[in-house]
Design a protein around this ligand. Structure first.
Ligand code: SAM
Length: 232
């Protein structure tokens, strides 16, 4: 017997299936499994199990995220989309009235993202480098309410800031999965996180949440920040 209840975050569900509790989203494209995830039917609606081992956003919610800016109707810019695992759940959450602009620079990976977008009209795949937001301004119909970033790059905070500055206005949100070992392969983890968070702060982004993703993701922190003053 499957039991589905709305999570505290709109568009997210808690799914109990055979004594196992998972997060899930209501599928915008019923019948299609994106990355092999299990799908369950409840009250004639199809829900996709949202793996906390495959998606850092799911892991962040599992580990106690306090703010979830991605909501039904949101317009989001997603940097580091890969083949679309987390993008697909964001697409379910924002629904038909929202939009996910999904940026991925690896062409082979982006092919799968483009395939995903064919069955979901609220995903716009953008094959570009997130370090150069001016290259894709013409493809994004702003304003963007949330910039979500999960790229393995050394300067993660500045990439987020550049994109927020290009596409967002006052009150917008940033969500950043900091991958410590892409920034520095040897230094103490806390030092790396402190430095990256200080960079966000110095650039004018207010830190709202800071979640350790272990044990679901090793050496990662998940940051939620907000534009509450003029950006540097
Ligand atoms: N966010 C994905 C998910 O949860 O489904 C996983 C993302 S994976 C950890 C990081 C992705 O970022 C890779 O696909 C990589 O090609 C992409 N990436 C790294 N640097 C990038 C850049 N500068 N611009 C665009 N994509 C980038």
């Amino acid at each position: 017997m499957v039991d589905v209840t709305p999570h505290q975050f709109p568009g997210v569900y808690t799914i109990n299936d055979k004594d196992r509790t998972s997060l899930g989203t209501e599928s915008l494209a019923p019948g299609v499994s994106v990355y092999g995830e299990k799908m369950v039917i409840h009250d004639n609606k199809e829900y996709r199990i949202w793996s906390a081992r495959r998606s850092k956003l799911s892991a962040a919610i599992r580990n106690g995220l306090s703010e979830m800016p991605i909501q039904p109707g949101s317009k989001i810019l997603y940097l580091g989309a890969a083949s679309g695992t987390t993008v697909s759940h964001c697409s379910d959450i924002v629904g038909a009235k929202g939009m996910v602009y999904a940026v991925e620079f690896a062409e082979r990976t982006a092919r799968e993202l483009i395939h995903l977008a064919a069955s979901r009209s609220n995903i716009v795949p953008i094959v570009e480098d997130a370090r150069h937001p001016t290259r894709y301004t013409s493809l994004v119909a702003g304003p963007i309410e949330v910039v979500y970033q999960d790229v393995a790059q050394p300067n993660q905070a500045t990439i987020l800031h550049e994109n927020i500055k290009t596409f967002c206005s006052f009150g917008a949100w940033g969500m950043l999965a900091i991958k410590a070992r892409s920034i520095d392969s040897a230094s103490d983890l806390d030092e790396i996180y402190t430095k990256e968070i200080a960079t966000l702060d110095n650039l004018g982004l207010q830190i709202v949440d800071n979640i350790d993703l272990s044990p679901l993701e090793k050496d990662h922190r998940f940051i939620v920040c907000r534009v509450t003053e003029e950006l540097a």
